[in-house]
Design a binder for this molecule. Structure first.
Ligand code: C2O
Length: 510
């Protein structure tokens, strides 16, 4: 089927934590935003009208592979030009993967101002379809009282020499602090939870109930019971909860921001948000009994087993090592670096550069002289097994996200383990392991990560920290995957007129 959404994107006013009215980015005059729902195999059409007036925009459909539709991926100056105020732009692609995703703006740090919501791909053939009666979609997020343009300006400035990220004011569940979920005794619910926040990871637990995880980031898992999960920014967990057999009381559940990530803990910080499973609306909504605790031990996602038991991808054909650092460029302001390069957005979308450099000039796609700027770009050949090694030489956690793929999390070190040393790792790796796959994974402070994926999706795909502050400060790299095939696809398919018009409006030669 074809599922169509018409999104008129405008400023509206909201006050989700009851502390301050502020402008937020709404759709069709409302905020929170609509959840996009499709079935596996559907074509999704999102007709965007940018009525913001003062800002350009874009939409990214986080976690969707966009196989054959790279130009619909959404990141500005990667696969498209920004959608200028007053103009229309259509996203149109098919979705062949089940699971829990989300959509958000992918330009100038905009999504924490509100342009973010879940996207659910229902699967009639889900292996868990018979195990639950109802589905509950739930977002968790952090919330700021000031708008992003001002916060970003301060963040990347000499006024902030330590690179301290602005600390959010509140945690939200479904963009509110008043969430109640009615439940019926004995019924089983599939919760689909998405961290749509800008920065904070969140611990989530349900008092009086265990949760059984069955999916992360669109990958089904062997059902795994746990008392607590942790969702970094952009991560998703689906889990089953069976309601208790009686209606003797209602039960709180809590999302608690990971305050280890914050440089300061302001007095007015609201780092918890409570929701309730409501068995009987006439009974009280109790306060949570468990309070945030430094000894929290949520489920370790790397211990999950994918439902399909897909084993380790073989020896890599290509190893990309990314050393992460936060430092300044001598101008007093702080930036983020992969291999000493801080990402600066190109002036021409990278995809278009690939399309115009031609078969014999692929080097140009990574040539700073052509870009007019410096980026970390890596050209991958079709079907290569790519290993990405991330050495986090920074004392913070970073949730890294790869567009267009699920990667295998082959190895994640403990905190303070230092750089990856391949000998140790090769000795300990068995070809029969089935590493968990997802699209966003956390590297621990001063630790490392080893990821693998197959370069089977021709296109230009970002790899970046999903903390929106770190996107702004340059913790972004670009994979240019199977460029010969991108060029060949171009011969059979032209870019839609609205894509070209957006570039004309931005003054980009097309
Ligand atoms: Cu949620 Cu670059 O993405």
């Amino acid at each position: 089927a074809t599922v169509t959404y018409d999104f008129n994107i405008t400023w509206v006013t909201a006050n989700p934590d009851g502390m301050a009215d502020r402008p937020v980015i709404g759709i069709n005059g409302a905020w929170p935003l609509p959840i996009i729902r499709v079935d596996v195999g559907d074509r999704l059409i999102v007709n965007v009208l940018n009525s913001l007036g003062n800002q350009s925009t874009s939409l990214h459909f986080h976690g969707l592979f966009q196989n054959g539709t790279n130009e619909m991926d959404g990141p500005v100056y990667v696969t498209q030009c920004p959608i200028p105020p007053g103009s229309r732009f259509t996203y149109n692609f098919t979705i062949d993967q089940p699971g829990t995703y989300w959509y958000h703006s992918h330009t100038h740090g905009q999504y924490p101002d509100g342009l973010r919501a879940p996207l659910i791909v229902h699967d009639p053939a889900s292996p868990f379809r018979d195990l639950y009666d109802e589905e509950v979609v739930m977002s968790v997020s952090d919330w700021y009282h000031e708008q992003m343009p001002g916060l970003l300006k301060w963040f990347i400035s000499k006024a902030n020499p330590t690179g301290a990220e602005p600390v959010p004011k509140s945690a939200l569940l479904n963009e509110t602090q008043n969430l109640t979920v009615p439940v019926t005794p004995g019924r089983t619910y599939l919760f689909r939870m998405v961290n749509i926040g800008a920065f904070a990871g969140q611990y989530v637990w349900f008092e009086g109930h265990n949760v059984t995880v069955v999916e992360i980031d669109g990958v089904y898992t062997h059902p795994t019971e746990t008392g607590m999960i942790y969702l970094a920014a952009a991560q998703r967990y689906s889990f089953l909860i069976t309601a208790r057999d009686d209606t003797e009381g209602n039960f709180p559940f809590v999302a608690s921001m990971d305050t280890d990530m914050f440089d300061t803990l302001p007095d007015d910080l609201n780092w918890n948000v409570t929701g309730w499973l409501v068995y009987d609306a006439s009974k009280p909504l109790p306060d949570p009994a468990v309070l945030p605790d430094p000894s929290f031990s949520p489920l370790d996602d790397t211990t999950l087993l994918p439902w399909d038991n897909q084993t380790l991808l073989g020896e890599p054909d290509r190893i990309v090592t990314l050393d992460v650092a936060m430092d300044n460029l001598g101008d007093g302001a702080n930036y983020a670096f992969f291999n000493n390069i801080t990402y600066v957005s190109p002036k021409i979308p990278t995809l278009y550069t690939v399309l115009t450099t031609g078969d014999n000039n692929l080097n140009l796609a990574t040539d700073p002289a052509v870009y007019g700027t410096y980026t970390s770009s890596f050209v991958l050949e079709k079907n290569q097994i790519v290993e990405v090694v991330v050495n986090n030489r920074d004392a913070g956690k970073h949730p890294f996200h790869l567009h267009g793929h699920h990667f295998q999390t082959v190895f994640r070190s403990d905190e303070d383990a230092g750089d990856f040393i391949s000998d140790y790792y090769l000795q300990n790796l068995s070809a029969t392991v089935a590493p968990m796959r997802r699209d966003t994974v956390v590297v621990r402070p001063n630790g490392h990560l080893v990821l693998r994926f197959r370069a089977d999706n021709p296109g230009v795909w970002l790899f970046h920290c999903h903390i929106e502050w770190h996107v702004a400060s340059g913790l972004v790299a670009t994979f240019i995957e199977a460029p010969h095939e991108i060029i060949q696809q171009k011969r059979t398919r032209t870019l839609p007129a609205d894509h070209l018009a957006a570039c004309v409006a931005a003054g980009v030669p097309t």
